[in-house]
Write a protein that binds this ligand. Structure first.
Ligand SMILES: Cc1ncc(COP(=O)(O)O)c(C=O)c1O
Length: 381
């Protein structure tokens, strides 16, 4: 039997936000990590054409696989064969495919804590064992080669996330190379979740494939490409995993939606629009980083990438879920509680997504400032 796994608490927040909205309240959605923009215009036009002209059966787009290979060649100098590319319904099934094909039941999979909620839960659902490594602000909430090297016994696998959810921090090139070296030496298989690639506010983002050519790499059209609801992503499988990965996807998921695959191909060449979204996020990030310390939220690792700020709210609470619910009820601003990302210390953190429009961020800040000013400091023993 699969293991029991915890629900995503941000979904409960979002459900309540929608109830309040139905009752007439204006809600600002900072709880989920999804762009408020749609797919690029050219992609939507292509989708209209496909709807009018095709029956849309099961389909794996070779042009899309080839275009993604070009993305690695041009962006990272990595040469890939389209054979190694599996088109999926987003990063979520790509993660399921990588975990289920690469590991045996009971295998131990290391990951940073805090981290994306589905890592530990998907690992558990597949009867693998999560090994969470506490990564605090002193290491910018990120895994390091040293932390992986110190794990005894060595885990069978590790999930690397850069830029990371919920913190947006990026692992520098030298550290990625050092992680690849430790994994090679200790026989640890790497799954690199590169879903926030394209969303950097400074540091250059590197693919794990530059340092560990045999890594499984997960990616998606949900974030930079602004197509979350289209359900499209990919998995790069190592050469020796190709047959197994194809057998698994055929049986578990068949194919990704053909409409999304057609549109995704056009999206990959819609750079101007996508870079326009990034410029908005850059502005939103700056607004939040400037304003949050005034709210008493000064313990933040400024995000290098993605579109999140993970803030220490320990001055006010150690019950982040209750705190986020109260914030929502009293201001209409929906956020995600830290307990989703960190079952141990997450009660003292909350996550803001800034993938909104700049006027929405300004409106959120105008509501947050008086609310935080009115919150009593937490009583500690
Ligand atoms: C780190 C990370 N990985 C994977 C996913 C899953 O994304 P999707 O299935 O939409 O591609 C998300 C979604 O928020 C995420 O934050």
């Amino acid at each position: 039997m699969g293991q029991n796994i915890a629900p995503f608490q941000a979904i409960a927040i979002s459900r309540r936000a929608h109830e309040l909205k139905a009752a007439g309240q204006r809600i600002l959605h900072m709880e989920f990590g999804q762009p408020s923009t749609g797919a690029p215009k050219g992609a939507i036009a292509a989708a209209h054409h496909v709807l009018d002209s095709e029956a849309m059966g099961y389909w794996e787009s070779l042009p899309l696989k080839e275009r993604i290979c070009r993305h690695y060649r041009e962006g990272f100098g990595v040469e890939l064969s389209p054979r190694r590319m599996v088109i999926t319904c987003g990063a979520s099934p790509a993660l399921v495919l990588a975990l289920s094909t690469a590991f045996n039941p009971g295998d131990r999979i290391a990951m940073a804590r805090p981290g994306y909620v589905a890592y530990r839960n998907t690992v558990r659902a597949l009867n693998l064992e999560p090994v969470e490594i506490a990564c605090g602000p002193e290491v910018r909430f990120q895994l390091s080669a040293a932390a992986l090297d110190a794990l005894e016994p060595a885990p069978q696998g590790v999930i690397i996330a850069s830029p990371a959810n919920p913190t947006g921090t990026i692992i520098p090139k030298e550290e990625l190379a050092a992680i690849a070296e430790v994994c090679q030496r200790r026989g640890i298989r790497i799954i690199s979740d590169e879903i926030y690639h394209g969303l950097s506010y400074g540091p250059k983002i590197h693919s794990m494939l530059e340092f560990a050519p045999g890594a499984y790499v997960v990616n998606s059209f949900s974030k930079y490409f602004s197509m979350a609801g289209w359900r499209l992503g990919w998995l790069v499988s190592p050469e020796e995993g190709v047959a197994r990965t194809n057998a698994y996807i055929g049986n578990l998921f068949l194919t990704a939606p053909s409409l999304a695959q057609h549109a995704g191909l056009i999206t990959m060449d819609s750079r101007d629009e996508l870079e326009g979204h990034l410029a908005v996020y850059r502005k939103n990030r700056a607004l939040l980083l400037e304003a949050l310390p005034r709210l008493g939220l000064d313990n933040i690792a400024p995000p290098d990438g993605a579109f999140y700020i993970y803030a220490d709210v320990s001055r006010f609470t150690d019950d982040s879920l209750g705190f986020c619910l109260k914030l929502l009820e009293e201001t209409g601003v929906a956020t995600a509680p830290g307990v989703d990302f960190d079952p141990v210390d997450g009660g003292r953190f909350m996550r803001f997504s800034f993938a909104l429009s700049t006027p929405e961020i300004e409106e959120a800040l105008a509501r947050l400032e008086p609310w935080f000013a009115a919150q009593p400091a937490r009583q500690t023993a």
